[in-house]
Design a protein around this ligand. Structure first.
Ligand code: B1M
Length: 233
């Protein structure tokens, strides 16, 4: 029965049915499914289908927009639930996150933000299309230990590098650990641009943020090394 709900949820996202996606998400929660299972096996696969169809010319921008809204409506149901489940966690640290300038992809970044919040981080989400200097200003203002930069386009990945350079110019690079992610971003890119951490999904982003924070405790200001890739199973 729960499998069936997840299949229907994926279809609701593919077909851009926001109300249906919200209703099915509520039903999945009521049936006892974990929020992350609902995301990973219900909502997200729908976005992947639409993305693949877009790549081969079978879907167009309006389909992406509608699918995005449908996924977001499911996320809106899950967000308070996930935050509530995270309540009581020890304050982990402060994080600033956003999607870089030129890029308006919001959902993955928001998911990373929700997961960080649910894990006890105080999160300042700057939204999408965020100018380089806004990231720097927010890091200074909040004294954040973690800066999360999301980029979903090969054309906007370069802005992650610019943010890191701007942190150096503003003399705050040593105070904050930079975590990068987004579909086209990989470990090699993170190393090339001098980021401190990389994760390929929201769960990994939380683990990486915690690892980086632990590094700050033991060696403040020193450049940390990216964690090794997970061992092959
Ligand atoms: Co866009 N889009 N899109 N799009 N879109 C992609 C990314 C694309 C891969 C589709 C494709 O061609 N198959 C392609 C990029 C190709 C490339 O450059 N490599 C693409 C393109 C080309 C474009 C436009 C250029 C299309 C056009 O106009 N011709 C345009 C660009 C607009 C712009 O940003 N300037 C565009 C626009 C849009 C919409 C606005 C219509 C819409 C976004 C709506 C919204 O966000 N509110 C949209 C969508 C929905 C997609 C797809 C279909 C889905 C993205 C998504 O939300 N996925 C996407 C194809 C795909 O990914 N399958 C696509 C679900 C989300 C949970 O996953 O965002 O990957 P994701 O986030 C993951 C991880 O990446 C990671 O964790 C998240 C959760 O697990 N992660 C991090 C993300 N950020 C992280 C940060 C971290 C750590 C991990 O640390 C800080």
């Amino acid at each position: 029965m729960t499998d069936d709900l997840l299949v229907q949820l994926t279809a609701a996202v593919v077909n851009g049915k926001a109300q249906e996606a919200a209703d099915l998400t509520r039903r999945a929660l009521a049936a006892g499914l974990e929020p992350l299972v609902i995301i990973d096996q219900g909502l997200r696969p729908g976005m992947d289908v639409v993305g693949e169809r877009f790549s081969c010319g079978e879907a167009f921008i309006p389909h992406l927009v509608l699918a995005g809204r449908a996924m977001q409506s499911g996320m809106n149901v899950l967000e308070p639930e996930m935050k509530q489940r995270g309540q009581g966690a020890r304050p982990a640290g402060t994080a600033v996150i956003g999607t870089v300038k030129g890029d308006i992809h919001e959902i993955g970044k928001s998911l990373v933000g929700i997961m960080l919040t649910a894990s006890g981080f105080e999160v300042h989400d700057l939204g999408v299309d965020v100018p380089v200097e806004t990231f720097v200003a927010k890091v200074k203002e909040t004294g954040a230990q973690i800066l999360g930069l999301s980029a979903l386009l090969t054309t906007t990945m370069v802005v992650q590098r610019r943010v890191i350079e701007a942190l150096r110019t503003a003399d705050v690079r040593g105070q904050v650990k930079v975590l990068v992610g987004g579909a086209p971003v990989g470990r090699a890119w993170a190393e090339e641009i001098g980021a401190d951490g990389y994760a390929d999904d929201a769960r990994g982003a939380v683990a990486e943020a915690k690892r980086l924070l632990a590094g700050i405790g033991s060696s403040a200001g020193a450049a940390s090394r990216l964690s090794p890739p997970p061992a092959a199973e």
